[in-house]
Write a new protein. Structure first.
Length: 279
């Protein structure tokens, strides 16, 4: 297996991937209202061969395989733990037209021109070299093949993250994630997206705003039990003393309490549905 993004591979094939694999259902629930915007018949057709870059525990790949009922779907991810979960799920659900491989989308040796469509559900934001990664993905698409991505818009527009950051700030001025680094907001700027995808061999680049809430739990206690252990929380509390951590976590629980609705804990999100065509 060739790896270009060594740091990302160490995290996703280590502690981050292990947590996602263990709590796959919770992570997938948070994006339950987002997936239909990407996984639909307008993007994936019955005879398509689909490539899912950053497939995680495999739900998006399996759903793509069902849409491509006469075709196939390949899920690619850095995490061996999540891929093991994906294979177990596909076998349990008897989805036979799906396969999973461990690899780095930036350098993975895709079969040239083999896929009709490539998708990524909040995975493409973390490419170390976006142009190289999208160029490599394009090499695996046939001419005229389609690309569909979901990616976050700006931090200020994403209530779910600004709420968490506010709860854990503890009177600190938290830094804003740099837009040119592999962060959740690396594809937030439309001009940057168009420039990168055009350089990688795509045209007809379109960005459509998606505004759906994230479902974080049945109630505040349920949401807190899961979300308090995710990587974002651990990162924001890194280096904080015990009393500060306790205060921050109490603030987080209170924020989730304020977001309780009859449908669970809901916090707003702002995303792009990015589509393009291989030149």
């Amino acid at each position: 297996m060739r790896i270009a993004n060594v740091e990302a591979a160490e995290a996703w094939d280590g502690h981050e991937g292990a947590h996602w694999a263990e709590h796959a259902a919770r992570y997938e629930r948070s994006s339950v209202r987002h997936r239909p915007h990407l996984l639909n018949a307008a993007i994936i057709r019955p005879g398509d061969r689909v490539l899912d870059a950053g497939c995680g525990a495999g739900l998006s790949t399996i759903e793509a395989a069902r849409l491509a009922s006469q075709g196939s779907a390949l899920g690619l991810d850095l995490s061996s733990q999540m891929l093991a979960r994906a294979r177990e799920r596909a076998a349990a659900e008897d989805v036979g037209n799906v396969t999973f491989e461990q690899g780095d989308a930036q350098v993975h040796p895709f079969e040239p021109g083999a896929a009709d469509v490539a998708i990524s559900l909040y995975g493409a934001m973390f490419f170390g070299d976006p142009v190289a990664a999208f160029t490599n993905i394009a090499s695996g698409l046939r001419p005229g093949g389609r690309l569909g991505l979901l990616a976050w818009r700006d931090l200020a527009e994403n209530e779910w993250l600004s709420t968490v950051r506010g709860a854990l700030a503890l009177d600190r001025d938290l830094p804003t994630p740099p837009p040119d680094a592999p962060t959740p907001f690396s594809l937030a700027d439309p001009d940057r997206v168009r420039t990168r995808l055009t350089a990688a061999g795509f045209d007809d680049v379109q960005l459509d705003a998606i505004d759906e809430p994230a479902e974080l739990g049945d109630d505040a206690d349920d949401a807190f039990a899961w979300f308090s252990a995710v990587g974002i929380v651990n990162g924001l509390l890194d280096g904080i003393d015990e009393a500060g951590r306790a205060q921050g976590l109490d603030n987080l629980r209170g924020a989730f309490k304020e977001a309780e609705t009859s449908e669970g804990v809901l916090l707003g999100t702002a995303a792009w549905l990015i589509t393009a065509t291989r030149t």
